[in-house]
Design a protein around this ligand. Structure first.
Ligand code: HEC
Length: 105
């Protein structure tokens, strides 16, 4: 019985992908893979209009996501992606992007 009580917790942990996972594959909950537009290495993609995120301070990325999730700034699509991320997931993707090397110009 005890093991069963912990099952929901395990499911929660499995459903919370790390930053890299979300960037490459989305969060499975409405947030599209960031890499599709921002590039696999966060280098940005001129063809999509998505700016580089690699090497940016995590705090700057989180506040941009928080603003967009609140409906301020960004495109409607980017707003809905930001809103589909939990606060925790925003911090995870921000930490991942900031850990990547800045793209060379
Ligand atoms: C469908 C394409 C697309 C996807 C997918 C996408 N983005 Fe974006 N994102 C954009 C575009 C275009 C912009 C620039 C225009 C704007 O601000 O909305 C942008 C802007 C941003 C900004 C603001 C950057 C700045 O300097 O102000 C952040 C932060 C961001 N995206 C994070 C993410 C994260 C994290 C994900 C994945 C969870 C993601 N994006 C997925 C297209 C996308």
């Amino acid at each position: 019985m005890k093991a069963w009580r912990h099952a929901p917790l395990l499911l929660l942990a499995a459903a919370a992908p790390g930053g890299k996972q979300i960037v490459l594959h989305g969060n499975g909950n409405g947030a599209l893979p960031c890499a599709a537009c921002h590039g696999e290495n966060g280098q940005g993609k001129p063809s999509t209009g998505a700016p580089a995120l690699a090497g940016k301070p995590a705090s700057a990325i989180v506040s941009a996501l928080n603003l967009m999730a609140a409906g301020q700034g960004g495109t409607p699509l980017m707003r809905s992606i930001a809103a589909a991320l939990t606060l925790d997931e925003r911090q995870q993707v921000a930490a991942y992007f900031s850990s990547l090397p800045k793209p060379s110009p």
